[in-house]
Design a binder for this molecule. Structure first.
Ligand code: ADP
Length: 413
């Protein structure tokens, strides 16, 4: 890989106690990976970067961003501020992302100036715009739910007509900006349509068929800059109120043929969209003849892959770095028959101090692996996760769930 020209040393000022003592020095031969965004994904990528000797630099919005607190090399700026991102990008070997907020057009402009972005600007629109993703996947004949874009001024009638053709309920989705179920509404009847249409005034959205799924599964594939691909086994994701609470890896009781189909889908989508880095494909498993339907894509490490930190030879964070650097990909074999990941969500009784005080109690089960993000705690926000490896899904799930309940103060050991 040809490194792009590096700027002279710039100190990451804002978080330094003394500007004379830099918190980092760049080893001349160590690649500098610039990650836009400094949330938990950047924080955990930093862990992997340390082991590989990779210099990870993050673009944080503020010093309290959870990766900004642990990375030595932090720059500050908004992901939608062209100048801040451009300044950040010109001094790194590879630019990558911990979220979807950098406009693809800006990334395209940076690429024209010689920046290497992975994933590139040609792939990013498909994770920034759910409608473009649906259109592109359907065009390439990947299975997606049926959808429609209502005509301006005829939204209500068009949604009702769509529901009459495909059945109630229907799902209304914001085209961009949604996460953890925010931006997704299940609408059961015509009065519900009127409500949601009113709520969404000024926002771009579309309507789609409600998929009557048996369960939700996800699969992650890494595609390296040199074209190598490796995937992890398909996992089951369990959502409550639109937010993922558990991931079971590998997904129990998934037919071998379905698992193979999921792998083929993920690898083909990664190739079709020319993704470099990680791709997570969220799927609905149905009872249909073609059981898998694609719901969502992410081109970065993803919540459905946190289990790999303890349950696979190579974690998703390490793999993302290897892939974007064009290095050989790591082994995706399991280290245990099953790993369950349980998300720790903030909420009543789960403020940061209390959670920390409860860590020893949760660790009393020696198989519990805690990953805390040290984020500002807000109700329903993901503030950490727990992994438990084991021999059977149900026991591992119970142990992970118990550790989470202890951390949240809902159970005393
Ligand atoms: P986000 O990524 O913004 O959280 P998703 O599209 O993944 O949004 O939707 C969140 C959850 O809503 C999904 O995990 C699933 O449980 C449910 N959902 C989304 N689309 C559909 C659909 N077409 N049919 C049935 N359930 C859906």
């Amino acid at each position: 890989m040809t490194p792009v020209a590096r700027l002279p040393f710039v100190s990451s000022s804002a978080s330094f106690a003394s500007p004379e003592i830099p918190r980092f020095s760049v080893v001349a031969t160590a690649p500098v990976v610039g990650m836009v965004g400094a949330g938990q994904l950047a924080r955990m990528t930093h862990q992997a970067a340390i082991a590989l000797g990779v210099h990870l630099r993050v673009l944080a919005v503020g010093p309290k961003d959870c990766a900004a607190e642990v990375c030595a090399d932090v720059r500050f700026g908004e992901p939608r501020d062209d100048e801040a991102v451009a300044r950040f990008a010109q001094a790194v070997d590879v630019l990558t992302f911990d979220h979807e907020h950098v406009p693809a057009a800006l990334v395209a402009e940076l690429e024209r100036r010689g920046v290497i972005a992975r994933p590139g600007s040609h792939a990013l629109p498909f994770v920034q715009d759910k409608l473009r993703m649906r259109e592109r996947l359907a065009e390439a004949r990947f299975p997606v739910p049926r959808w429609a874009v209502p005509r301006p001024g005829h939204e209500r009638d068009d949604v009702v007509a769509f529901a009459e053709e495909h059945g109630w309920p229907v799902v209304v989705k914001a085209i961009s900006g949604g996460y953890d179920g925010k931006g997704v509404w299940v609408v059961a009847d015509p009065p519900g349509v009127a409500d949601v249409v009113e709520k969404l005034s000024g926002i771009r959205w579309f309507v789609e068929q409600h998929v009557d799924f048996r369960r939700e599964v996800a699969i992650q594939v890494a595609r390296s800059a040199n074209g190598e691909t490796r995937s992890w086994p398909v996992v089951q994701t369990v959502q409550e109120n639109g937010i993922c609470t558990f991931v079971v890896a590998p997904a129990p009781e998934v037919d071998r043929a379905v698992a193979e189909q999921a792998r083929g889908l993920a690898e083909n989508i990664a190739k079709e969209l020319d993704v470099v880095g990680l791709l997570a494909v969220e799927l609905f498993e149905t009872d249909g003849v073609e059981p898998l339907v694609v719901n969502e894509l992410a081109m970065r490490p993803h919540n459905s892959g946190h289990w790999t930190m303890d349950g696979s030879v190579t974690s998703q964070f390490e793999q993302h770095l290897r892939a974007i650097l064009g290095w050989p990909l790591g082994d995706t074999e399991l280290t245990a028959p099953v790993t369950v990941m349980a998300n720790l969500l903030g909420g009543s009784g789960a403020d940061a101090e209390q959670v920390h005080r409860r860590i020893p109690a949760a660790l009393a089960d020696p198989g519990v692996k805690i990953h805390l993000y040290n984020k500002v705690v807000k109700r329903g926000r993901k503030i950490g996760h727990v992994n438990v490896c084991g021999d059977d899904p149900e026991t591992a799930r119970q142990r992970a769930a118990r550790a989470v309940r202890i951390l949240r103060g809902e159970e005393t050991p």
